[in-house]
Design a protein around this ligand. Structure first.
Ligand SMILES: Cc1ncc(COP(=O)(O)O)c(C=O)c1O
Length: 437
């Protein structure tokens, strides 16, 4: 048995010591054909750790599943047949590469050059599909027939239901009841795609609770079920696997910037973080290039100091959530606090271990963007550029006004999804507050 929100809270010291000793010995890690000294490597080590974050804390019943994944994922992801199938589906089905668009009017407003990485233009409307395609190809190669997933904003649920329809696989999606209500268009899409959507009524009925329920399902069906986690969270190898599958974003940014700016690296990369997958994809190929300033926008909710927030990096303490050692918003007894954000996809009390490490080592600047700041930023993008962003992406846009740019700075900001699912929330925002800026 495991506690409601956590897996095993066992003794982690040994693994952490091992990870640290690798660091001290200048352990070399081979990654995407680049030999990197882990002293300057912000990617995962061979034990599944990012510094002191990560690992795999799973109940006994899942050990075999997680172990099987750990042993197979790299071999499959790096095989020619997987690479070919993945690349073809990303091109012909998702519509990649997604454009890198120079937003002229937004640039003028902030006094620099702002490019938008348009993940909102992908099939199903967000970056989530990159990951679900990769993981369903892996699940098929592992002989699994039944797929489960958790979802917050519904974008990962829709992306999972979509690839299950494509591959003719059974699909069950867990979604907090609060999110079922606030993102109902995505619920209808999942149902139309043939998925079973299970509303979860525990906790405050949001993403954390949906993830707990998905893990419970996995514990009951370890043999035939593959769990497609939607973000860079969960036990190793999920954070690394999801980051690799999303790394197509930064691979494309490098090429597109080279073509448009004559150099592959921007001065700033900006992305929102829920669990961290669109941010991980955006920064993956730049993470060890210290010339690039990484800015992560987390959900401040009603304000970090109000207690109604999902700003995990600002407020979290070390803990274990959903199989990973990372920052968690918790009380003094280690009980997870209910998070709050207007954005269902950022309403999570944990954070991917990769991002926790980047924040701890000050490789990334982490900003909290409150609900109202995000909504104003969404309206600003809509009216300056004619692009309605997802509420999650609006948090990345809300970071712009908190930064000081020089005129020749090149900024790449990932628009992780489109705002169709959020129109009601946008329209319910008091219009007079938009003009009081
Ligand atoms: C459009 C969009 N952006 C961002 C996120 C946050 O997830 P992540 O941090 O994994 O990118 C979500 C989650 O549902 C989303 O739907």
């Amino acid at each position: 048995m495991y506690a409601a929100h956590t897996f095993i809270r066992g003794n982690k010291t040994e693994k952490i010591q091992k990870a640290l000793s690798h660091l001290r010995q200048g352990f070399f890690h081979e990654h995407n054909n680049i030999q990197q000294d882990t002293d300057m490597n912000y990617l995962v080590d061979k034990d599944g750790y990012y510094g002191e974050f990560g690992g795999a804390y799973v109940p006994e019943i899942l050990h075999r599943c997680v172990d099987e994944l750990q042993k197979n994922y790299l071999q499959v992801l790096e095989s020619d047949s997987f690479r070919q199938e993945f690349a073809q589906l990303l091109r012909d089905y998702v519509g990649r590469p997604s454009p890198l668009y120079l937003a002229q009017r937004l640039s003028r407003k902030y006094g620099c050059k702002i490019y938008l990485k348009r993940e909102d233009l992908n099939h199903t409307g967000a970056h989530k599909i990159n990951n679900t395609i990769g993981q369903i190809l892996l699940a098929r190669r592992m002989g699994k027939r039944r797929i489960i997933a958790e979802t917050g904003a519904g974008q990962h649920g829709v992306a999972t239901a979509t690839v299950c329809a494509l591959m003719n696989m059974e699909c069950v999606v867990y979604m907090g009841k609060t999110d079922v209500e606030r993102q109902h268009i995505n619920v209808e899409k999942m149902r139309m795609l043939g998925a079973t959507v299970v509303p979860v009524t525990s906790g405050n009925m949001t993403l954390k609770d949906a993830t707990n329920e998905a893990i419970r399902d996995w514990c009951c069906h370890p043999a035939d079920t593959y769990y497609i986690i939607g973000s860079t969270v969960g036990p190793h190898p999920y954070p690394d696997m999801v980051a690799r599958l999303q790394s197509v974003i930064s691979e494309e940014i490098r090429k597109q910037l080279q073509e448009q700016e004559g150099r592959p690296n921007p001065d700033y990369l900006i992305a929102c973080v829920g669990g961290g997958s669109n941010a991980a994809g955006t920064i993956y190929h730049y993470v060890n290039d210290e010339r690039v300033q990484i800015v992560l926008a987390e959900a401040g909710g009603k304000g970090v100091e109000t207690g109604q927030t999902a700003a995990t990096i600002a407020l979290g303490k070390m803990g274990i959530i959903h199989g990973s050692r990372t920052y968690v918003i918790q009380n003094e007894d280690g009980q997870i606090e209910e998070p709050y954000s207007i954005s269902a996809g950022l309403d999570y009390p944990g954070i991917g271990p990769m991002h926790a490490n980047l924040a701890q080592r000050k490789r990334a600047l982490v900003l909290s963007v409150n609900d109202d700041e995000a909504i104003r930023a969404a309206y600003e993008l809509t009216r300056l550029e004619g692009i309605i962003p997802a509420l999650e992406s609006a948090h990345a846009l809300g970071a712009l006004e908190k930064l000081q740019f020089r005129p020749d700075d090149v900024v790449v900001l990932t628009v992780s999804g489109r705002g169709d699912k959020d129109i009601e929330t946008y329209l319910n925002f008091p219009q007079e507050e938009l003009t009081n800026q």
